[in-house]
Design a protein around this ligand. Structure first.
Ligand code: ZN
Ligand code: ZN
Ligand code: FE
Length: 760
């Protein structure tokens, strides 16, 4: 016989923090509580979602368990905190209207790929058949349309569209998938597309799709308004069209991204493994760098062994594929060369209209510009290279109070960062500030973040380089300014991402960064924390004949390395790359180096890669940022295990390695072998140097940062080696290793500085 124990119902207060607003969290809680037959209420607060619940202890556990396990796909639960409070007896369960939202951060959701339910509705729901702006609480635009908080339709670019009675019914029905889905819309009341062709404007929805498809299938090039900006599409199997697009866009060498109709089709053109498939299909839908099978038109990736592939994320993409026989389309940013991706209809019509066969616009405005994000899977983990749509503005939780700090980032690959409480909000990818339009995007975005996140800066952190436009911007504000050394910021950024706040061994390898001694740094081995850093060693300085010109003409670095190793004897007939370059020009270059005219010193790892890439004739002239190192990596033969010798003294000298490379070249060793041996040398150098520092300073945490660590070959081999050596290795994952991640490091270093000032 069982004894019936009577337990009194208690009242619990459950507070959930994380990304829980604008992602259908309250209706989810409502349904969960109703299913469990529990009474209470749920409410959106500034600092998260708060539930009051009448239940017993066991029921509470079950409820919280289910809550964690079945939360909406776009939400992210940071913490669930439950405590018993004074008894309040509820009848039923209800959603309480939000009280005030003050200046505390409420997480803004990034944009989310269209969900399977909406794709189904697009086939069956009368007012949404083939309707390209369909969305629900689990999917659709977010950050790109949000103008202000709290997240409410009136404060988005959906405001001009008045809901029809059907949409309103769904919006207000708590049991509906579209309950409080702010961008809710249907064919009757929502936004629509217009196709502008040479002589016509097409507005009939079916005709718009049909005509766009017909153009794409027949060698046409079409500009299409996406979530965060305009994109340009064309057939990736047609070499003529892809070449034409390159000319029109003034983009010579850089690979184009390709969107595939589905995963199966994608797998016919690229190799994928499980984590890569997961990334491709994630709600963020980034461009994923994959091993190419060589099926696409050669001009798509111009000889690289990888392609940037992605799957459809907007309802429109699905429609275009459904109504066409196209297996895939090139989908590249709608801009000319290095300008930011375009967002305005008129501008796109004026500029893209001139180069494309048609422009597909829509009447929903884009408020926050975001390009497609780019990731690569290394060691089964996602590494973000370009952080934009789907990722921004997800905050990084950091170990310090960073409120009120603005970090302005670097210059060439700019992202800025603002501090709210103990969260760092890294902006979406901005780009090269030297471009005037991009600089405008930078200043305008800082203003938008100030408004959206109620951010008032009281301190600015910037790169130590006095002439970076991001530093100049910082200097022009009358606020305490913290100049931060570039490579220290790189390491601090990776530390922040992994929640490290202690002394570490930092290895920062990149192309260029301003050093303490006024020279160009870029191969830095340091011992550091957020407060300070000590430069332990670095690669030997190299002369950069022509200064910044070397980044466009890597052959200059090859000549510099050879000349400084062999003197005038380096002119060997067996060096193929020398044949492409005017002999007179080479002589002048050497004389200039002798006289130290326009030949600044650099320890940038990127410059060494440039030199070797040119030396083995892979890339003597570079058409886009970091092309030479990327080509060098692209050919490396994974099966080669040998490495070249090097000399480690006060600095690290690659002269013995260069000697061996020249020998290999004279013996006609193929480029894939030489490249692999060179890469293996870099791995050896880093491993040995780090081991030495670890012994001397008794440190076990190794932090890797800087653009060079986007090199998959080096990353995989090095992470394995350091791990085998018993060291803890930290590499970038959700924050870019390149200069796009720098602002986060600047922010942390400024926070440490402020903390020290306050305690003096
Ligand atoms: Zn949906
Ligand atoms: Zn409607
Ligand atoms: Fe850098």
């Amino acid at each position: 016989m069982t004894v019936k124990v009577h337990t009194f119902s208690k009242t619990f207060r459950i507070r959930i923090q994380g990304r829980v607003q604008g992602v259908g969290f309250r209706p989810f809680i409502y349904r969960l509580a109703t299913e469990h037959k529990l009474n209470g209420q749920v409410e959106n607060r500034n600092d998260g979602v708060v539930i009051l619940l009448n239940c017993r202890n066991g029921e509470l556990e079950e409820f919280v368990g289910r809550l964690r396990a079945t939360a909406p796909p776009a939400s992210f639960i940071d913490s669930v905190h439950a405590e018993q409070v004074e008894n309040i007896s509820f009848e039923g369960f209800e959603i309480v209207q939000s009280s005030s939202v003050s200046d505390t951060v409420t997480e803004v959701s990034p944009d989310i790929a269209v969900c399977p339910d909406c794709l189904e509705d697009m086939k069956t729901q009368a007012n949404r058949i083939d309707y390209p702006f369909i969305n629900c609480t689990n999917c659709g635009p977010r950050f790109t349309i949000i103008q202000d908080l709290p997240y409410d339709r009136a404060k988005t670019t959906m405001a001009p569209f008045e809901m029809c009675p059907d949409c309103h019914q769904e919006y207000t029905d708590i049991l509906d998938r579209r309950f409080h889905a702010q961008p809710v819309a249907c064919a009757r009341c929502g936004p629509s597309y217009l196709l502008h062709t040479a002589g016509d404007i097409i507005s009939d929805p079916a005709q718009v799709i049909r005509h766009t498809v017909r153009l794409l299938e027949n060698k046409g090039i079409v500009a299409i308004k996406g979530l965060g900006g305009f994109f340009i599409a064309c057939d990736p199997f047609c070499e003529d069209t892809v070449t034409r697009l390159r000319q029109l866009k003034n983009r010579e060498g850089k690979p184009f991204a390709v969107m595939f109709r589905d995963l199966e089709t994608l797998q016919q053109c690229a190799l994928t493994n499980e984590p890569e498939e997961e990334a491709l299909q994630s709600l963020k839908r980034p461009i994923v760098l994959l091993k190419d099978k060589g099926k696409l038109a050669p001009s798509v990736n111009n000889g690289f062994d990888t392609i940037g592939a992605l799957l459809p994320y907007m309802p429109l993409h699905h429609l275009l594929f459904e109504h066409s026989g196209l297996p895939a389309m090139v989908l590249t940013s709608g801009n000319i060369s290095d300008e930011p991706i375009m967002i305005e209809n008129r501008e796109a019509g004026r500029i893209l209209g001139r180069i494309c066969d048609a422009v597909l616009t829509c009447n929903r405005d884009i408020h926050n510009r975001t390009d497609d994000s780019v990731v690569r899977i290394v060691h089964e983990k996602e590494r973000v290279f370009r952080r934009s749509r789907g990722y921004a503005p997800i905050p990084v939780k950091v170990s310090r109070q960073v409120e009120g700090i603005l970090a302005t980032g670097a210059e060439l690959v700019n992202c800025f960062c603002i501090g709210k409480g103990n969260q760092a909000l890294l902006s979406q990818h901005i780009g090269d500030l030297k471009n005037l339009e991009t600089y405008g995007f930078f200043t305008e975005s800082i203003e938008k973040y100030r408004q959206l996140f109620r951010f008032e800066p009281s301190m600015i952190a910037a790169d130590m380089h006095p002439d970076y436009l991001s530093s100049r911007y910082a200097q022009n504000h009358r606020l305490p300014l913290v100049p931060v050394q570039h490579h220290h910021a790189h390491i601090a950024s990776c530390m922040a991402e992994h929640g490290l706040d202690e002394k570490v061994i930092g290895v920062a390898l990149d192309g260029t960064g301003y050093g303490d001694d006024g020279r160009i740094w870029g191969s830095e081995f340091m011992v550091c924390d957020f407060n300070e850093y000590r430069r332990i060693t670095h690669f030997e300085y190299m002369k950069m004949p022509g200064g910044d010109m070397v980044t466009h003409e890597p052959w200059r670095m090859a000549v510099s390395l050879l000349y400084n190793t062999y003197g005038w004897d380096f002119h060997r007939p067996d060096l193929a790359f020398l044949k492409n370059i005017d002999k007179h020009q080479i002589d002048m270059l050497c004389q200039a180096m002798d006289a130290c005219i326009n030949a600044p010193l650099s320890s940038g790892a990127g410059r060494l890669f440039d030199g070797v890439s040119a030396m083995i004739n892979l890339c003597t002239h570079s058409r886009f940022h970091a092309e030479a190192p990327m080509r060098l990596e692209s050919v490396a033969d994974e099966n080669v295990t040998e490495a070249y010798p090097f000399r480690a003294g006060k600095t690290i000298s690659f002269r013995p390695a260069l000697d061996a490379i020249i020998r290999d070249l004279c013996q006609n060793q193929p480029a894939p072998v030489i490249s692999a041996r060179f890469h293996n040398t870099i791995v050896n150098v880093i491993e040995q140097t780090v081991r030495k520092i670890s012994d001397t300073y008794n440190l076990n945490n190794v932090v890797l940062s800087g653009g060079t660590f986007q090199n998959k070959y080096i990353c995989e081999k090095l992470e394995n080696r350091l791990f085998q050596a018993g060291l803890n290795v930290y590499s970038h994952e959700s924050v870019p290793a390149n200069d796009g991640g720098i602002a986060l490091g600047q922010l942390m270093i400024a926070a440490a500085k402020r903390n020290n000032m306050n305690h003096q």
